[in-house]
Design a protein around this ligand. Structure first.
Ligand code: UD1
Length: 424
């Protein structure tokens, strides 16, 4: 089990290039299953979720090679249509392979993804939608079997909630189905547009992404291309929060400012200055951060749930009281009890947390129990006086490429300590 050792209190200063988006690269790599031939996907971050995705592609029969940030997938031959339980458990979002596998082979088999570190994550919306394409679903114990009884046919689907994963699965299923599929109340996240841009460059006909209604006109086949994944808006915003909390200044290159716009008002309310130039996006923090009134997580273009924990860490050192309301996931406050160990003052009840800013945090020994919550503990450690140990960083490595290297290059004192499990 690896851990981060952080000596806090160093001001972040400098520039960094933002990695490719985790939430884009996973569905795009899954989508290569629909393409007969060799796809070249660039700007893939070196994170363990990409490792897990590659394992699934190889299990399905794809030949995959990886050269740093480029993943080359030859999906000329697909031999299997199942995702084994261990791979499904390794990464809950592997459910996004469902649409691609059914689209390519007409059938699929997977184990139920079950709960996860941020609460129960049902897939009922995925299943309802897939069924509408004429796919029979048979659920037994923890296994779900899918079989198309006739060639897939386009349908109209109104989602009761704009689920990111369900929208992606519908797009993937509809791409090569016969006729037109219309998704209303579709998710509008930039990662959905990235998936559609990739598929369209392969010959798909998808329009309306970024708006509530997506139209997919089925095509008979997709051809392989080279495609570059968009930058990760959550990683960018995480480093912005780190700079804000350490009263520093950071310039992020390679970001799409429009994707960061849902979080910008929060930083500005806290007193940070944000400027955008051809050089990138620069955040300059004030000597004292002000509290932010209410942060409510919402589907895009609202404030992202994936930034809730990191922003909460920031508000722990803002002057005054801030309120955080988590509306997307039912149990996404695991970081609260760990933030308290730094001397933060937070009261969480149900989906609401009230944060009273303190003058300073003190280094602590904490455990990362999910990806973004883990990142929030690193941020607290960077801002705290003294030494922080963030234990069990495997969740953080699922989404952040070389976080300690990036933060060290920006002036922070953070190292990874590798430990054998026998070390305790
Ligand atoms: C994706 C992101 C994740 C982000 C989330 C919300 C990836 C790999 N992950 O996750 O980082 O936090 O979007 O922005 O892209 N729900 C149902 N039934 C379903 C599907 C979802 O009830 O069939 C509920 C979930 O339990 C959750 C909410 O809808 O409460 C949002 O889930 P969804 O948008 O599907 O998130 P994911 O695609 O899992």
């Amino acid at each position: 089990m690896s851990r981060y050792i952080i000596n806090g209190g160093h001001r972040i200063y400098g520039r960094t290039k933002i990695q490719g988006s985790k939430n884009s690269v996973l569905p795009i790599l899954a989508a290569t299953v629909l393409v007969r031939g060799t796809s070249v996907i660039t700007n893939c971050p070196e994170i363990t979720d990409v490792d897990a995705t590659i394992k699934i592609l190889r299990h399905l029969g794809c030949r995959v090679t990886r050269e740093k940030n480029t993943v080359i997938v030859d999906s000329s031959v697909i031999e299997k249509s199942d995702i084994p339980d261990d791979l499904m458990r390794e990464m809950r979002s592997s459910v996004v392979f469902l649409g691609a596998i059914i689209g390519r082979t007409g059938k699929a088999s997977l184990s139920t993804p079950g709960g996860c570190e941020i609460g129960l994550r049902p897939i009922d919306l995925h299943l309802d939608a897939i069924q509408r394409f004429g796919v029979n679903i048979h659920e037994e114990y923890a296994k779900i079997e899918f079989e198309a009884v006739k060639p897939l046919e386009g349908v109209n689907i109104a989602l009761s909630f704009p689920s990111v994963g369900a929208t992606e699965n519908i797009i993937l299923t509809a791409c090569t189905a016969k006729g037109t599929t219309v998704i209303t109340n579709a998710a509008r996240e930039p990662e959905i547009s990235d998936l559609a841009d990739y598929l369209n460059s392969c010959g798909a006909r998808i329009s309306g992404t970024g708006e509530g209604t997506i139209i997919i006109e089925g095509v008979s086949e997709l051809h392989p291309v080279q495609y570059k994944v968009i930058p990760d808006r959550i990683v960018a915003a995480t480093y912005m929060a780190a700079a804000a909390m350490t009263h520093g200044k950071i310039t992020l290159s390679g970001v799409v400012p429009a994707h960061i716009s849902p979080v910008m008002p929060v930083f500005e309310e806290a007193g940070c200055d944000i400027s955008i130039s051809s050089d990138g996006l620069t955040l300059t923090a004030p000597p004292y951060l002000r509290s932010v009134k209410t942060i409510r997580t919402m589907p895009y273009p609202g404030f992202p749930t994936d930034m809730q924990a990191q922003i909460m860490a920031m508000t722990t050192v803002c002057h005054g009281t801030s309120v955080v309301i988590e509306t997307i996931f039912e149990s996404r406050y695991k970081h609260v009890s760990e933030l308290l160990r730094f001397g933060a003052k937070i009261r969480a009840d149900g989906r609401m947390a009230v944060v009273e800013g303190v003058n300073s945090l003190t280094g602590a020994s904490v455990i990362a129990s999910d990806l973004r919550g883990g990142a929030s503990l690193v941020l607290a450690g960077l801002a705290a006086q003294g030494t922080t140990v963030v234990d069990d960083i495997r969740y953080i490595l699922r989404g952040y490429e070389n976080m300690s290297g990036v933060l060290s290059s920006l002036g922070c004192d953070i190292v990874i300590e590798e430990r054998n499990s026998a070390d305790g």
